[in-house]
Design a protein around this ligand. Structure first.
Ligand code: PMP
Length: 453
């Protein structure tokens, strides 16, 4: 059999010509290539496979649905899995957040959030409101609407002329600040920037603010101070602006609560985007969840002018239902908190050995570490060092998958997400750390970075 490097040119393409091994099968926290190599899924793909791979209960539920029907167009038929999954989803939400709209992924979920917000404004006589403020850095999706909200130049630059870019405010990167404020004060200060921006834009033109309650890939698991989101909520209320939580990555248990926003129960959103862990890789599925107060006027005033062919797909919804049943059966939300704390302690321990690890952060099993040239100043590593690709490749060589980003713009440097499936056990955490240490050693030696024995 040919190995991946010998495969002929492919008709298939993604971002680049880079080739990867051919996936053969996956089970638990491991993925296997066709040569039989096992890779530890240290990032759950892209923070997707929360319940691990090939869960037999989910596969059985999908098979049962497959034997009945895999598609029925939503304008022609309702289906039970979609109905049950909507009810189940609403059961995790704050009061009144009980209207659920299914989509096929995170970008579509975000598009749906902003379109519902706009239609709500139209239905309630606020037609001047259309601006959706977001943050830099942030990632909200690849489609043009979600991209306009995304605060990452590398993603948006090529398309700027085609986009109506939305206003951005800085994310609360408090760990980079060198002032005398307390964390709580910094949280409030960052939130207050939203108010300044609303005033600058003209409050009557601002429709919504979108935020990941805990930052994902763009910021590397950035946890805001406890004052941040409650203050954001106050500001949104003051100006009649909708608060949208992008829970695509944080939802479905990853952070040790079912929703990332559940860490700050006094700040509740009006609309929410879910995907990734929601169906945990078993089907392309996402959801927008909205407060009934928003949905009812839209439906009363002619309907929601939006929808996707695969919305509410019965097979995808059956997968989603079975995934949530597994999250509950195995108590994976608590597990994310407990095992996440252990993994975070291990990652923090790496700072003794590697002076170039500047920060370890995150909640539950949404964890990241950041590499720096100088821990005091938090100056990023030189771009030419390509740390974010080099370290990932060293990990890959050791059959460990981690997820990396370098967010351009100087705000945040090379960071690496360590986010294994929530089912990971203690021994497997040990295995992950061993592989990661090997990768960091090799990276440090190659890059000429100092490390301690
Ligand atoms: N929002 C967030 C916070 C995400 O992390 C992502 C995916 N990384 C998206 C939206 C877009 O999701 P998708 O790639 O499924 O379209």
């Amino acid at each position: 059999m040919k190995t991946h490097s010998e495969r002929p040119e492919s008709n298939l393409f993604y971002q680049s010509r880079q080739r990867r091994p051919m996936l053969d099968r996956a089970e638990g926290i491991y993925l296997y290539d066709r040569d039989g190599n096992a890779y530890l899924d240290g990032s759950s793909g892209a923070m997707v496979s929360n319940i691990g791979h090939s869960n037999p209960n989910v596969l059985a539920a999908m098979k049962r649905q497959m034997d009945k029907a895999t598609f029925g167009y939503r304008l022609h038929f309702e289906n039970e899995p979609a109905e049950l999954l909507a009810t189940k989803t609403a059961s995790y939400m704050p009061d009144g957040m009980d209207r659920v709209f299914f989509v096929s992924g995170g970008s579509e979920a975000v598009e749906s959030c902003i379109k519902l917000a706009r239609q709500y404004a139209l239905a309630t006589g606020q037609e001047k409101r259309w601006k959706v403020i977001s943050r830099t850095p942030s990632y909200h999706g690849a489609t043009m609407g979600a991209l306009a909200l995304t605060g990452m130049n590398s993603m948006t630059d090529p398309f700027e002329p085609m986009l109506r870019m939305m206003p951005k405010i800085p994310a609360p990167t408090c760990y980079l600040d060198r002032d005398n404020l307390t964390l709580e004060q910094r949280g409030t200060r960052y939130a207050d920037i939203l108010e300044d921006r609303i005033e600058q834009e003209g409050p009557e033109s601002v429709l919504a603010f979108i935020v990941e309650p805990i930052g994902g890939a763009s910021t590397g698991a950035l946890v805001p101070p406890d004052t941040y989101l409650p203050r954001i909520r106050e500001i949104c209320d003051k100006y009649g602006i909708l608060l949208i939580y992008d829970e695509v990555m944080t939802g479905a248990g990853r952070t040790g609560k079912f929703l990332g926003g559940d860490h700050w129960p006094t700040a509740r959103p009006d609309i929410m985007a879910l995907s990734k862990g929601f169906a945990a890789g078993y089907a392309p599925l996402g959801a927008m969840v909205a407060h009934r107060r928003l949905v009812e006027p839209v439906l009363d005033s002619g309907g929601f002018v939006h929808g996707y062919t695969y919305a509410g797909n019965p097979l995808a919804c059956a997968a989603g239902l079975a995934v949530l049943a597994e999250v509950e059966r195995q108590d994976l939300v608590s597990r994310a908190e407990v095992m996440g704390a252990k993994l975070k302690a291990e990652l923090t321990g790496l700072m003794d050995r590697y002076p170039f690890i500047g920060d370890v952060r995150g909640r539950g099993m949404l964890l990241a570490f950041e590499l720096v040239a100088d821990r005091e100043t938090m100056e990023p590593l030189p771009k030419e060092m390509n740390a974010f690709t080099e370290l990932v490749e060293e990990a890959y060589r050791r059959k460990l998958i981690i997820y990396a980003r370098r967010t351009r713009g100087g705000v945040i440097g090379d960071h690496f997400l360590v986010c294994p499936p929530l089912i990971i056990d203690q021994d497997q955490v040990g295995e992950l750390m061993e592989k990661l240490t090997g990768a960091l050693d090799a990276f440090a030696d190659k890059a000429g970075l100092e490390r301690n024995p």
